[in-house]
Write a new protein. Structure first.
Length: 527
């Protein structure tokens, strides 16, 4: 590799460090980091030695190492050329592919991005959760005797209540649903979400909480994560790992479950959906700022001042310049007074202010901003109806879009999250599995009719229908046997089905074959 290019790359690295030093605490030098609390003594000594290495020589050695070998042989190790002049090199963490602080800011400043993320969060993790019996346990129940199975089901119902109470007790401030809403908001806004798991002295899980994704960085060796807030550094292990703490003096670091939006360009961090529509987001912000600037100028369009036949004095020119630059923004309908020289036989003084923008200026770029909004929603795969848009004429289309959103976005995301959360549940029990409540596409009346038919046709047991509704099993134990209908109830059900079938057939018949009142204007037929 050419040494000239290496030195140029080193200069670029220095400029990048200076550019992000204020926002990203990991870009601080060792002179600033060594005063942080929590650092282990051996790490301090090792970091002090590494920080003394010349940045140019170190990058030069790392870059030229690929060419070293005997008879054409060289190392095949992927060497990114770590530079130990800032926190990224000293803590051996990977730089995110995008500025996490800027991505998080888009969630607060873009209405379309904010609404799309909130819609995904509420419909994926915000509907609550439940516990269902694992398939292995169901097989055991089916193979057991009736009385044994009935007793086991009662114990399972009790275990569900106890498991929910345990999960909710792991955080005094937030419910588990609120914690997952925060984590998943980070996943959608920055591409990464972090769930912290703390253990008791006996090694049991005693705390579950959320950590802001902007403060976390993943280690290059994938053996944990590092967080910097203020003057404190914290190291976290991977969930279930037992490795030693290489950075801080904490002998029992907490663990992290890392949720991320997959990107083929990075294996350490995720990338949010908004990145595919980042140009539309920037364009919408610029168009919005254009309108703000227009109304800040009291909706006065831009003018060209034309003076023909004479020249203004310096004082008159300065007054006009100040008026156009400041006074128009201060008050509406201001009067401009400019002294002009008198007319002569040769020259006639003419003063004009002609607007450059003759078109309608209010709500400029309306179609452009609407297209940007649609692009952002497409990137998130969120239909317009989910953020409160659309009209009543598109109800049928909205229902179809909701079904697509549930099948292609919400449920796949729920399965991914459930798999990670069940790692926590398995440390407590393997009988039950965590499951997010799904988005419901039918109303309560339709759902009740569906369950009623399933129970009466013995497709579902009464207790299974109660479980779908989130209700406990019947205390009398009769809910585990098929519903036995009385003869009169059976006859009424048959009559109702026949009547419903006749109504459906009549509604589908053509007017020519249906007898009824005569059309308007026609009398009674005499034939």
């Amino acid at each position: 590799m050419d040494e000239t290019k290496i030195y140029a790359r080193v200069d670029d690295l220095k400029e990048e460090v200076n550019a992000f030093a204020d926002a990203d605490p990991f870009t601080k030098t060792w002179d600033d980091l060594k005063a942080f609390s929590g650092l282990e003594n051996n790490f301090k000594r090792r970091a002090a030695r590494m920080s003394k290495v010349d940045i140019t020589q170190q990058y030069l050695d790392n870059a030229l190492a690929d060419n070293m070998g005997v008879n054409g042989a060289r190392s095949k190790e992927i060497n990114p050329g770590t530079v130990y002049r800032n926190g990224y090199g000293l803590f051996d963490v990977i730089t995110p592919p995008w500025n996490l602080y800027e991505l998080a800011n888009y969630y607060d400043t873009s209405f379309a991005n904010h609404a799309a993320i909130d819609a995904k969060v509420e419909n994926i993790v915000g509907l609550g959760y439940d516990f269902e019996v694992s398939k292995r346990t169901l097989l055991k129940l089916e193979a057991s005797e009736a009385k044994t199975a009935e007793n086991a089901r009662r114990r399972i119902e009790k275990a569900k209540i106890e498991l929910r109470d345990w999960l909710e007790s792991l955080n005094d401030e937030d419910s588990f649903t609120t914690t997952m809403e925060k984590v998943f908001t980070d996943v959608q806004a920055t591409g990464n979400g972090y769930l912290e798991v703390g253990r008791t002295i006996r090694g049991e899980i005693g705390y579950v909480g959320h950590i802001p994704s902007t403060t976390m960085r993943t280690r290059r060796l994938k053996d944990g994560y590092v967080q910097i807030i203020g003057q404190k550094v914290v190291y976290f292990r991977n969930f279930g790992a037992k490795n030693a703490n290489p950075i801080t003096s904490d002998p029992r670091p907490n663990e992290i479950i890392h949720f991320k939006q997959y990107s083929p360009l990075n294996t350490f961090y995720g990338v949010p959906d908004i990145m595919s529509a980042i140009s539309s987001l920037h364009g919408d912000q610029l168009a919005s700022q254009y309108n703000i600037d227009y109304f800040s100028n009291k909706a006065v369009p831009r003018y060209v001042v034309t003076l023909k036949g004479a020249q203004l004095s310096a004082d008159a020119e300065d007054k006009m310049f100040r008026f156009l630059q400041t006074n128009l923004k201060g008050q509406s309908h201001r009067t401009l007074y400019i002294p002009l020289p008198g007319d002569t036989d040769q020259n006639k003084v003419e003063f004009k202010m002609e607007p450059i923008e003759n078109g309608v200026q209010e709500a400029s770029f309306e179609r452009y901003r609407k297209q940007n909004r649609d692009d952002i929603l497409i990137a998130h795969q969120v239909p317009l109806s989910k953020i409160g848009g659309g009209d009543s004429s598109a109800i049928a289309a909205a229902l179809a879009q909701d079904r697509t959103f549930k099948e292609q976005v919400a449920r796949p995301a729920q399965r991914t999250l459930e798999k990670m959360i069940n790692k926590i549940i398995r440390e407590k029990t393997d009988i039950l599995e965590f499951k997010f409540n799904e988005l419901t596409l039918t109303d309560e009346i339709a759902q009740s009719q569906i369950l009623e038919r399933y129970v009466k046709t013995q497709i579902l047991l009464p207790d299974e229908a109660r479980e779908i509704l989130g209700m406990p099993q019947r205390p009398d134990g009769e809910g585990n046997s098929p519903l036995q209908m009385k003869p009169q109830d059976t006859a009424n059900e048959t009559a109702n089905r026949q009547r419903d079938s006749e109504r459906a057939n009549n509604a589908s018949d053509s007017p020519a074959t249906v007898s009824g009142r005569n059309p308007k204007g026609e009398g009674r037929s005499t034939q």
